[in-house]
Design a protein around this ligand. Sequence first.
Ligand SMILES: [Zn+2]
Length: 89
Amino acid sequence: MQRNNCGTVWVRVVLMFTEYQCCFCGQSIEPVGPDVGGLLYTTNIDRLPEKQHDQQLWCHARCLKQHVHPSVPLYVLDLVEATANEESE
Ligand SMILES: [Zn+2]
């Protein structure tokens, strides 16, 4: 088992199964499309690369939709729905 602690975010790997924690609700994320989703947070994005640090976070798609302002398009989730619709046709 590996454990990566960055604040309250964790990833636990047991044999071939990886468990992810949602950065919004704190619950485990079941690997059912479009989950598991990831976010990349970068500090000082407008500065030189050596001033930047980044962190990968994971979240439920439903939690992301709840927390992102309605004016921000989440086109990646639209793409997932479009792909699912194409596959069902
Ligand atoms: Zn969540």
